[in-house]
Ligand binder design. Structure first.
Ligand code: B12
Ligand code: SF4
Length: 427
């Protein structure tokens, strides 16, 4: 039994997948409420629940499990690729028990809150963007059955009208430093684990396919350096962990910050390793060398396209030859492993543009980059790209299969040629 039940996005996958925000929310609420966190994929993996091959059956299995916990409020994390499953599960719960209040949070519902309320009547509230400052107030009000329509940050429906007042107080670097998570249960941590630390939020860039600036805003925020070091040390003390994943869309936007980060790790000789995501144009050889010396073991680089033209069209604006030079430096002179990521089938992309991408991928392979990802463009709501093509969109089940990881180039070419590049070119 519990009062508040937090449900992670369900991917029907064996991979351990969770989102840090749910643990932050659990930490905030557990001081007052009896809170439980559910990750159905993990439950299936460890045999606590068994998925079937049928979607409807799985919704029933998950819905019944949620109902059996007798929660007063169920809070779902929402992300694009699991959103339909989330909606179906929430609907099932509402059909069985109208007294359970349902709230959504996370990136996807934050952007499509209006469409959610216009189409579904089983959602009581949608928390837009970051929720630390108001989640407890929202739950208090829900428990007391008070009006929530004037609470900033929360969208809801009252008298048939959608209410939403923007939360103007986004967390500062200092605020962010106060939200550190060490309890990731039911996931277990050991010396071998990689420990997730939120680095911060917001990205100053505005790529046309990406929702990060819509969701977190363009104000780049990073946790105070001391806070990150304390998190690393505490995780090391608690679990013996030495390996860290810094979660931030664009960790390296502030060069001075990263230099200080690296110098501290080098000088303190803790032999920690870490990884992050960044843009190649925020790196230079000196910075790369500092990162390497400080234990950076891998970097995720969104290169997106090998076409100069597309770099402009998608407002990514990377200088590709410069990028290749730095990538070669990383491969030849450091221990840092690279994952490079590309998108194909972007609006306005031509076959010639795509050939440039394949050429760059080939070039990267030859230079020693072994981890190369190719993602099919997914029109995410709230992006400039989706606005561009919204009138040309139609539903195609196949298009939900959006990521091709590390398959050989010939295979990629075949898939793509018969897939949507040709579609786009002929439409
Ligand atoms: C790190 C990350 C990942 C990691 C996750 C690892 C981990 N354990 O955290 C990995 C690499 C696995 C990943 C994968 C994917 N990701 Co990702 N990821 C991110 C990233 C960069 C940071 C997430 C994060 O930690 N944020 C910090 C924490 C504190 O925030 P949070 O968890 O969202 O929680 C806050 C709020 O959302 C809210 N909240 C969260 N849950 C709930 C629940 C309730 C009830 C309430 C009230 C509030 C609430 O309150 C929290 C505190 O403020 C975001 C970018 C972003 N701006 O969020 C993209 C992002 C979430 N990812 C995105 C995507 C598309 C994906 C993939 C689908 C990519 C792909 N093609 O495969 C996959 C899906 C995952 C899967 N398993 O299939 C998109 C989602 C867009 C959308 N509209 O849904 C984002 C927004 C990036 C983008 N460029 O647009 N991702
Ligand atoms: S793709 Fe990366 S650089 Fe571009 S807006 Fe998104 S997070 Fe920022």
């Amino acid at each position: 039994m519990c009062e508040i039940l937090l449900v992670n996005a369900v991917y029907f996958s064996d991979k351990d997948s969770f989102h840090i925000g749910q643990f932050i929310i659990r930490d905030i609420l557990k001081e007052t409420y009896d809170v439980e966190y559910i990750n159905f994929d993990l439950m299936n993996k460890i045999g606590k629940l068994k998925y079937s091959d049928n979607l409807e059956e799985n919704i029933r299995i998950m819905g019944d499990y949620i109902l059996s916990r007798k929660p007063k409020v169920v809070g779902f994390y929402t992300i694009c690729n699991a959103f339909v499953i989330t909606l179906l599960t929430a609907k099932y719960i509402n059909e069985k028990n109208k007294n359970i209040r349902i709230i959504f949070g996370g990136p996807h519902a934050s952007i499509v809150y209006r469409e959610c309320f216009e189409n579904f009547d089983f959602i009581d509230a949608i928390c837009i963007g970051e929720s630390e400052k108001y989640i407890k107030i929202l739950i208090d009000k829900m428990m007391r059955e008070e009006d929530i329509s004037l609470l900033p940050g929360v969208a809801s429906v009252k008298n048939g009208k959608i209410h939403y007042i923007k939360n103007q107080n986004i967390l500062t670097d200092e605020d962010l430093s106060n939200y550190t998570v060490f309890d990731f249960s039911p996931f277990t941590l050991s010396e071998e684990s990689e420990f997730n630390i939120e680095g911060g939020r917001g990205c100053p860039f505005g790529c046309s396919f990406c929702t990060t600036s819509t969701f977190w805003g363009r104000k780049y925020r990073v946790k105070k350096l001391n806070s990150i070091f304390e998190e690393m040390d505490k995780a090391n003390k608690l679990y013996g962990i030495k390996d860290f994943a810094i979660q931030h869309d664009m960790f390296t936007a502030d060069r001075d910050y990263i230099i200080k980060f690296c110098k501290h790790l080098i000088e303190n000789r803790k032999n920690y390793t870490w990884k992050c995501s960044c843009r190649i144009d925020t790196l230079d050889n000196e910075l790369i060398d500092f990162m390497d010396m400080s234990g950076c073991k891998s970097i995720y680089l969104g290169l997106e396209s090998g076409s100069k033209r597309m770099q402009k069209v998608m407002n990514k604006n990377l200088n590709l030859s410069n990028a290749l030079t730095k990538i070669k430096h990383i491969i030849l002179n450091t221990n840092i492993k690279l994952t490079t990521s590309f998108i194909f089938c972007l609006p306005d992309e031509t076959i010639e543009d795509f050939r440039e991408t394949i050429k760059l991928m080939e070039n990267l392979f030859k230079s020693g980059v072994t981890n190369i990802q190719l993602h099919k463009f997914m029109p995410l709501p709230g992006t400039a790209d989706t606005e561009k093509i919204i009138n040309r969109m139609y539903f195609d089940e196949k298009a939900t299969e959006m990521t091709y990881l590390n398959i050989n180039l010939k295979e990629i070419k075949n898939i793509i040629m018969e897939d949507c590049i040709i579609n786009l070119a002929t439409k």
